[in-house]
Design a binder for this molecule. Structure first.
Ligand code: TYM
Length: 329
């Protein structure tokens, strides 16, 4: 069986970008019989940012509840918290010894912070902790330890998957074929979903639409999505419209064709937003209820995640042992 693996870090509520860029495609792949899916909460990655214990734990539960509410079957998939699988962390150190520092300097999560922090004292640290700096090595361990074939992600993670390949090759060059070289998989049309202000939807830009926001807030947020100032009667291009790409993710084929025709004829943005809210809300209603139920019983989530971690360790431990032996540990 081929392994598909992806992770989400608990640094904010799951938003439409996470859903459309990673979760939705990952759930579809999980249904394919020849694939073993491994999906996890990248909590050690989250710790680079969130330093409030209560908030951190709630955010982790939020990610777990989201996957389950959307239909992930924990019996079929391996579903776990990164921090419950210590083998990942051991491998991280081994891989760190094969990761050139220059490669980390070029990693964009780190670079972005440095660039956004031009004000900061250059002699200090740009607000970067070592967790952020070595982030791609931990991510490489996540991926390589499970002999992953395919990593479904949004475009912003492509570089990290490439770094994982680079590190795997450095190791293989010394000790012979050990790690599989993973491939990323992105959704061409929604690889970067824009947020309310038109920039990439991102927890750090504060421009997100959380997936399980209640009805009222969801409506409000949809109304806030930036549009141009074309009058209602002017024909509009569906293919360059955020509203239309979101609509395509949630509506039925017939509805999509219908709206496309209306765009071409001329339709007001207010009306499009109303229609988008309608399809999104009806699609998300049931999962939202399930999500709220799960969030109210964290012990159920803990139980599922711990069982998942056992499954993950059963795969990870023997491989780690092999790796340690190879390097002479
Ligand atoms: P994270 O938590 O930032 O995001 C989770 C997933 O959502 C995707 N995504 C988007 N896709 C399209 N449009 C957007 N606006 C958008 N915003 C976010 C991300 O690309 C990602 O797929 N480093 C990872 C977590 C991670 C991981 C891994 C992923 C840790 N280890 C191993 C894959 C494999 C991250 O920070 O994702």
């Amino acid at each position: 069986k081929k392994t598909i693996l992806t992770g989400i870090k608990p640094t904010g509520k799951i938003h439409l970008g996470n859903y459309i860029g990673a979760i939705k495609p990952a759930l579809e792949l999980a249904k394919v019989e020849d694939y073993q899916a491994a999906y996890f909460i990248a909590d050690y990655h989250g710790l680079t940012k969130i330093h409030d214990a209560y908030e951190f734990r709630q955010l982790s539960y939020g990610i777990a509840a989201t996957w389950l509410a959307l239909g992930l079957d924990p019996e079929k998939a391996i579903f776990y918290r990164q921090s419950d699988v210590p083998e990942i962390f051991e491998l991280t150190w081994i891989l760190a010894c094969f990761s050139p520092k220059g490669l980390m300097n070029r990693a964009h999560a780190y670079k972005a912070i440095v660039e956004n922090n031009k004000q900061a004292d250059k002699d200090v640290d740009f607000g970067v902790n070592m967790g952020i700096f070595t982030y791609p090595i931990l991510m490489a361990a996540d991926i390589l330890l499970f002999k992953t074939n395919i990593v479904p992600v949004g475009k912003d993670q492509v570089q990290h998957v490439e770094i994982a390949r680079d590190i795997a090759e450095s190791f293989n060059n010394v000790y012979g074929e050990t790690f599989l070289l993973p491939e990323y998989q992105i959704q061409e049309d929604t690889a970067v979903l824009p947020g309310l202000d038109g920039r990439k939807m991102s927890k750090s830009y504060n421009n997100t639409i959380p997936l399980f926001e209640d009805e009222k807030k969801l409506k409000k947020l949809i109304n806030k999505i930036k549009t141009d100032s074309l009058p209602p009667e002017a024909p509009k291009d569906p293919d360059s419209s955020i509203l239309f790409s979101l609509y395509q993710e949630f509506a039925a084929l017939k509805e999509i064709e219908e709206l496309r025709m209306q765009y071409e004829k001329g339709i007001g943005w207010g009306e499009v937003k109303q229609e988008l809210f309608r399809v999104m809300n009806s699609y998300l209603e049931q999962p939202r209820e399930k999500y709220n139920e799960l969030m109210a019983s964290p012990e159920v989530l803990d139980d599922i995640l711990l069982k998942g971690a056992e499954k993950a360790r059963a795969v990870a431990a023997p491989f780690l042992k092999e790796i340690k032996k190879k390097v002479g540990l």
